[in-house]
Design a protein around this ligand. Structure first.
Ligand code: SAM
Length: 318
């Protein structure tokens, strides 16, 4: 059916994200020793503005996530929604900042692929086994559960199913919990993403939500971005909430979150430490500075807090 085609196209976006991250790390933008096990080849060259955009995305999201982990002293949970082949679990393990439990959710088909990589590559499975007390891991084709890491195949548009699976793998709604979604909500209708965000706010008493996605899509450049994704038959039902930073914030405020911030990536980029900017701008020559600016203007990070821990002190600062 059409909707199967659209879901398949959305699943394919997980490779795009990882391929771009793999390429940027191969150029030295940041270090990720684990991504090579999910994406074998460095692949075609990506334009410097794409690499810089990914750098700002990864630094911005990591900064907020790390601030939450610090604030809660890792006595918390992370739930990465639409995680794809994300490697954050392995980074946190290496940095010794793992939360009590790290959950990932994606379509069953993506989860099956990820589990296959984990099972067959010791650098991926070893950190999991090291943090697990029992002799065996719970593994079936569409989920994997261990003491500190759990990956679940589910559709984020089906909240009853999502909640049931998270409970099955012992999510604790009493623990401070951070949700992360990177380029995921845009593929759902505004109703579906609002319900997800509402469910998160009403199921966990202390929570934070980081959402990275497209914004300012009403202008000419935004239209071109939409056309590119549509050409691949992606379901872009959520583009309607990508009109402005205000609409990004409104989605969270109207769903019960207490405080919300949103920055476009131009702002995030300018908040990166000057020495980091100098270092990455030296990696590759960028002729057309304007292209980078346009790209950055069309992505945003929005973060919302439901605060019983004074977590709203978490801000992106220098
Ligand atoms: N967050 C990852 C990253 O930044 O590297 C992957 C981003 S990729 C653009 C979008 C991911 O969201 C894909 O892995 C896709 O399968 C997942 N996704 C989109 N809609 C979903 C849904 N309704 N249920 C579960 N996963 C979904």
């Amino acid at each position: 059916t059409d909707s199967d085609t659209a879901d398949e196209a959305v699943r394919a976006t997980c490779d795009d994200a990882s391929i771009c991250k793999r390429f940027a790390t191969s150029k030295g933008y940041w270090s990720d020793p684990y991504i090579q096990y999910f994406v074998r080849q460095t692949g075609e060259r990506k334009a410097p503005e794409i690499n810089r955009g990914y750098y700002a995305r990864v630094q911005g999201v990591n900064h907020l996530l790390d601030a939450f982990l610090k604030k809660t002293q890792c006595d918390c949970q992370v739930v990465n929604l639409g995680a794809g082949l994300d490697t954050t679990f392995w980074r946190l393990k290496a940095e010794n900042t793992l939360p009590r439990k790290y959950f990932e959710v994606d379509f069953p088909m993506i989860v099956a692929r990820k589990i296959h990589h984990i099972k067959t590559k010791p650098p991926l499975s070893k950190p999991l086994i090291e943090t697990h007390s029992a002799d065996s891991l719970l593994l079936d084709g569409h989920s994997l559960d261990s003491d500190r890491y759990c990956i679940i195949g589910a559709d984020l548009r089906d909240l009853a199913g999502l909640e049931e699976k998270l409970k099955k793998f012992h999510i604790n709604t009493e623990l401070p919990t951070i949700f992360v979604s990177e380029c995921v909500l845009v593929y759902m209708t505004p109703e579906q993403s609002s319900k997800l965000v509402h469910w998160a706010a009403h199921t966990f008493h202390t929570a934070m939500f980081i959402n990275y996605e497209q914004v300012n899509m009403a202008d000419r450049f935004g239209q071109i971005m939409i056309e590119n994704l549509q050409r691949r038959q992606c379901n872009l039902a959520g583009v309607k909430v990508c009109q402005s930073l205000e609409s990004q914030k409104e989605r969270f405020l109207s769903a019960g979150w207490e405080s919300v911030n949103a920055l476009d990536m131009t702002a995030v980029y300018s908040l990166l430490p000057q020495e980091d900017i100098s270092r990455i701008e030296y990696l590759e020559f960028l002729d057309e500075k304007e292209l980078l600016q346009q790209l950055l203007q069309h992505y945003s990070i929005c973060w919302a807090v439901k605060d019983t821990l004074n977590l709203d002190k978490i801000v992106i600062d220098k």
